[in-house]
Ligand binder design. Structure first.
Ligand code: DCP
Ligand code: MG
Length: 358
């Protein structure tokens, strides 16, 4: 039997803030864009008791939780903690898949009894990083994730094969990875709310509603999932964006913000060890219309200039509400080197031809 752990740090950004600033412990801490225009990234469980949630507008969070302590995110610090966490779990298996800074799957099939291993990982994360996590352990990835979500925070949940259907039965369909808010609404309109309700769909119907994903969902709802850990899953794009405190009409005001986003996204690019070939700027105007412009980039040295050129292509006269900077079209460093070499040799062979002609 295969065995997978899914681990997810509780209220990650907020817990790191509480760890670093003891005066925040036990308090409703809300991490997000500061000012009223921002969005909540996450909040402590104390703030969740007031109904505050991730992705909620900060203005609404303030209304729900006036005593909340609002703090700006510190991504560098979260990345640091994320590395500390990864250093612990990667010691137990070389088959792991980080999904987010605070979340990962781990294949622990090579342990006869993975239960004490999972406990040890949870305990070491607490001792060595000061953060609590929720761990799910089961015989496939889908159920491991469901298990870790079941009793958050500070949870340790095992789903064994003979228990799977009973655990799944009463859960909301949205607990299945792959069924988001939109899909939940679509299913609700068909009076499908729980996974048990979802069992009434046969595989063909699931595929009709969800396309290819329907096969996976049909099986996951029945506790079946044959996915394997993907090592070094190739990333497709890396980006950063921010909602501005006020609408901005001037290019010059946007430049420092765009540069900052470029630096942050650039750091992620370097930690992924990929070489992007495309740089994209995304702008959301005050009327919520979205525009993107992109250009080819060859080397890191070009990024700031290309960013400036991209910004020149936008009209700022209707006011900018949000700006994003992203990289895509990745090559591995080896591929990028080969590409540079090819261009170089193209150039030198041409110059050889000239010499011959001359
Ligand atoms: N995050 C974000 N915006 C979102 C969701 C999450 O910026 N809409 C960030 C903040 C979170 C981190 O990612 O701290 C991890 O996301 P999780 O969904 O795991 O949320 P938390 O760890 O905060 O809470 P929990 O896992 O306890 O539900
Ligand atoms: Mg989390």
């Amino acid at each position: 039997m295969k065995k997978f752990i899914h681990l997810d740090i509780d209220a990650f950004y907020a817990s790191v803030e509480q760890l670093d600033r003891p005066e925040l412990r036990g308090k409703p801490v809300i991490v997000g864009g500061t000012g009223n225009r921002g969005v909540v990234a996450t909040c402590s469980y104390e703030a969740r008791a007031f109904g505050v949630r991730s992705a909620m507008a900060v203005a609404i969070a303030r209304r729900k939780c006036p005593q909340g302590i609002f703090v700006a995110p510190r991504f560098d610090r979260y990345r640091q903690k994320s590395q500390e966490i990864a250093a612990i779990y990667t010691a137990y298996s070389d088959r792991y898949e980080p999904i987010a800074l605070d979340e990962a799957y781990l294949d622990v099939s090579h342990y006869d009894n993975a239960v004490p291993i999972a406990r040890e990982i949870k305990e070491r994360i607490k001792q060595e990083t000061g953060l609590t996590c929720s761990i799910g352990l089961s015989y496939n990835m889908s159920l491991a994730k469901i298990a870790s979500d079941l009793k958050k925070p500070d949870a340790f949940v095992i789903i064994r094969p003979h228990e799977a259907l009973d655990v799944l039965r009463p859960l909301k369909v949205g607990s299945l990875h792959g069924i988001g808010r939109k899909s939940q609404e679509m299913l609700a309109a068909r009076d499908i709310h729980t996974i048990e309700d979802f069992w009434s769909l046969d595989e063909e119907e699931a595929v009709r509603l969800f396309g290819k994903m329907g096969h996976a969902l049909y099986h996951r709802a029945r506790g079946i999932d044959h996915r394997e850990i993907k090592m070094d899953r190739p990333v497709k794009s890396i980006s950063r964006e921010t909602t501005l405190v006020f609408d901005v009409y001037e290019r010059d005001q946007l430049i420092p913000i765009a540069r900052e986003l470029l630096t942050e996204a650039g750091e992620d690019v370097k930690s992924e060890n990929v070489v992007p070939q495309t740089l994209t700027v995304k702008i959301k105007y005050s009327d919520f219309t979205l525009r993107t412009k992109q250009r080819k980039v060859e080397s890191e040295q070009q990024w700031p200039d290309v960013l400036d050129e991209l910004l020149d292509e936008f009209d700022f006269s209707h006011g900018v509400r949000l700006i994003g900077v992203g990289f895509s079209n990745f090559l591995t460093p080896e591929e990028a080197a080969a590409e540079r070499y090819e261009q170089l040799s193209l150039f030198s062979s041409r110059s050889v031809d000239w010499q011959r002609e001359g």
